[in-house]
Design a protein around this ligand. Structure first.
Ligand code: G6P
Length: 611
């Protein structure tokens, strides 16, 4: 987590960096800081948001053409002014920004304390810059060599940028495990955790790889490995447009992203699916389809919302392809000595493509001979690059911390992967395959029609905005939707919410139900419809307040529920793409009514690059 930005060139570095930090705030917003060269190396930092930092420095005359900035999600040390980045070295000649964790910082710190170093903060980052300076002074080498030597002794993850008091034209950056993009402009360079702070200045970028060091000095960019082997920078063209990362008239990015779903799902299908020609192609996995269809089992690894998408995929792949599937939290998978056999297929799902646990799970599975298929949203991200093959979700940048359009795009890609394998294996009839293609093409319109219920959902939200607890219940394909609905609500409104398989409610959560408890049923017309109707009655019998997402035309549930939200009929496996949308809107409106910061909920970060 944490977002970093750096600039060197001819512009006012402060403006570029502050604007860039605002774009990266989704990565963390506990504190923010900036270092500039103006009459010496000066650091300004503040607990809180980037706007607090901005207020803090408004009176200063900060003309500098070089600088580094940081927005933090605290790992070591509480979020306060002192622990905020950048950090000075001991002599204050160097400043550093860092995204990641230095795991062996305490042993390095002990070494440095013995040498008389004093530390101002509790952070691992301050230790790292002291360590670099110590090597620099004692080895009489260049600064970039000192950085390199220091990094050979560092255990952990990092994207760092360092600037020096002595050199107004130099930035040194390195990465291992945390992302770093370099923008190459005319006589100027940008560095950032993702491309959003860069796109309005240049579309030429270099993605730094793990174990690489970038040195910008006197207008030149050099890259070398941590083993000191020089590399030629590989410049790529960004395909991102500026409008994609702006709010476009919506009050919040989350609302914009919810409303973008008909388009993002269409973008995800474009060029891949043609129902008239009965054609479904995912270019990125084409060469691996045979391996996937012959897999003895498929393991899905992911975190958070992406894990919920994995659960839906499990149900669908097992039903349509008849291949056993296991869905694993990446954080558990990587540490529990799982059985992975050569030829197993691991599908890694990640919006950001940077989630540390998912990346580590991939590395583990790869080392045991598994085939890795990545389903990522961010093009060029670490997970996309670590996978053998994969399919992008093409949802466009998702900036609201709570994932919405990325989830529905993940479901769309996963259903396409499933259908391709099922067709190859002959476990789906031609008619059923064709029906699913036709259905997938209609999904964007169906989502559009759910979005038209926004006003009604806002009214429901008003009724329940002061609730302290919520239950979300679903069965079959709608069980993961219940989990996702509950997650959305707790993430952004801080209301305690739990998702449960509706029948499992009887084994515990039913004890919570009273006249105060809103219970959201996702009860669309599918094979478990009759069963879920019974579950609604069980809740009603205990005076719970029922809100039900039902299929249009349902006659029975409206007689039982206090509120109903009607969604169009959809084939079973694809229903979650539609039935989750009203739950996204419900959480959004409740959070807004409670005065919560919807796009930047407390304690969360969008891209979790620490384990
Ligand atoms: C964080 C985000 C979630 C996301 C999860 C996994 O917790 O706040 O929205 O689902 O990470 O992220 P990924 O980028 O791997 O999908």
């Amino acid at each position: 987590m944490c977002g970093i930005v750096a600039y060197v060139g001819h512009r006012n570095a402060q403006d570029v960096i502050i604007k860039g930090l605002k774009r990266l705030e989704y990565r963390g917003y506990d504190s923010a800081g900036i270092a500039l060269l103006n009459n010496g190396l000066n650091i300004y930092k503040k607990k809180g948001k980037v706007s607090d930092l901005e207020d803090h420095i408004t009176d200063e005359a900060l003309r500098s053409t070089i600088g580094i900035g940081h927005t933090r999600w605290a790992t070591h040390g509480e979020p306060n002014d002192v622990n905020a980045h950048p950090h000075y070295s001991y002599s204050r000649k160097l400043a550093i920004i860092h995204n990641g964790i230095i795991e062996n910082y305490s042993s390095l710190k002990k070494e440095l304390l013995k040498k008389g170093h004093e530390f101002l903060s509790e952070t691992d980052t301050e230790v790292l810059i002291h360590f670099i300076e110590d090597i620099w002074e004692n080895n009489n080498c260049t600064l970039d060599e000192a950085v390199r030597l220091a990094l050979t002794r560092v255990v952990g993850a990092y994207a760092i940028v360092i600037m020096s008091n002595d050199n107004p034209d130099q930035l040194i950056a390195a990465r291992k495990g945390s992302p770093l993009v370099i923008g190459v402009g005319q006589q100027e360079y940008f560095m950032a955790s993702d491309a959003t702070p860069i796109i309005e200045y240049t579309k030429d970028v270099v993605y730094l790889n793990d174990q690489e060091i970038a040195i910008i000095d006197n207008g030149q960019l050099r890259i070398k490995t941590i083993e000191d082997a020089p590399l030629t920078p590989y410049i790529q063209k960004l395909e991102l447009e500026l409008e994609a990362i702006e709010k476009g008239g919506f009050d919040h990015f989350m609302l914009k992203e919810i409303f973008e779903q008909p388009k993002s799902i269409k973008d995800c299908l474009r060029g891949r699916l043609d129902s008239q020609a009965n054609r479904l192609v995912l270019g990125g996995i084409r060469e691996y389809v045979n391996k996937m269809m012959n897999a003895e089992r498929i393991i899905i690894v992911a975190c958070g919302t992406s894990w919920h998408a994995g659960l839906v995929a499990e149900y669908m792949i097992e039903e349509l392809c008849r291949i056993p599937v296991e869905v694993e939290y990446a954080s558990e998978f990587r540490y529990r000595n799982p059985i992975i056999r050569e030829g197993d297929v691991v599908i890694a799902i990640s919006q950001s493509g940077e989630t540390a646990d998912t990346l580590a799970a991939i590395d583990l599975a790869k080392s045991k001979g598994a085939i890795i298929i990545g389903v990522c949203n961010v093009v060029g991200s670490s997970i996309a690059r670590a996978s053998h093959a994969g399919s992008y979700t093409h949802a466009g940048p998702e900036i609201g911390v709570a994932s919405t359009k990325a989830f529905t795009a993940q479901l769309t890609v996963l259903s396409m992967i499933c259908l391709i394998i099922a067709q190859k294996r002959g476990t789906i009839t031609d008619q059923a395959f064709h029906r699913m293609l036709v259905e997938l093409e209609t999904i964007p319109d169906k989502v559009e029609s759910v979005l038209e219920l926004n006003d009604k959902i806002r009214e429901i939200a008003y009724t329940f905005k002061d609730a302290s607890n919520f239950l979300y219940l679903g069965r079959g394909y709608n069980f993961p939707v219940a989990l996702e609905g509950a997650l959305k609500l707790k993430e952004i409104s801080y209301i305690h919410a739990e998702g449960y398989p509706a029948a499992e409610m009887k084994h515990g959560p039913i004890a919570l139900i009273d006249e105060e408890m809103p219970v959201v049923f996702i009860a669309t017309h599918d094979s478990s419809y009759d069963k879920i109707v019974s579950n609604i009655q069980e809740v009603k019998a205990r005076k719970g307040r029922v809100i039900a997402v039902v299929t249009e035309g349902d006659k029975l549930i409206p007689q039982m529920a206090e509120f109903i939200i009607e969604v169009p009929a959809v084939q079973d496996g694809l229903m979650p793409i539609v039935s989750v949308v009203p739950l996204q809107l419900l959480s959004y409106h409740i959070a807004v009514m409670r005065g919560c910061n919807v796009d930047q909920p407390r304690n969360l970060a969008k891209s979790v690059t620490v384990e």
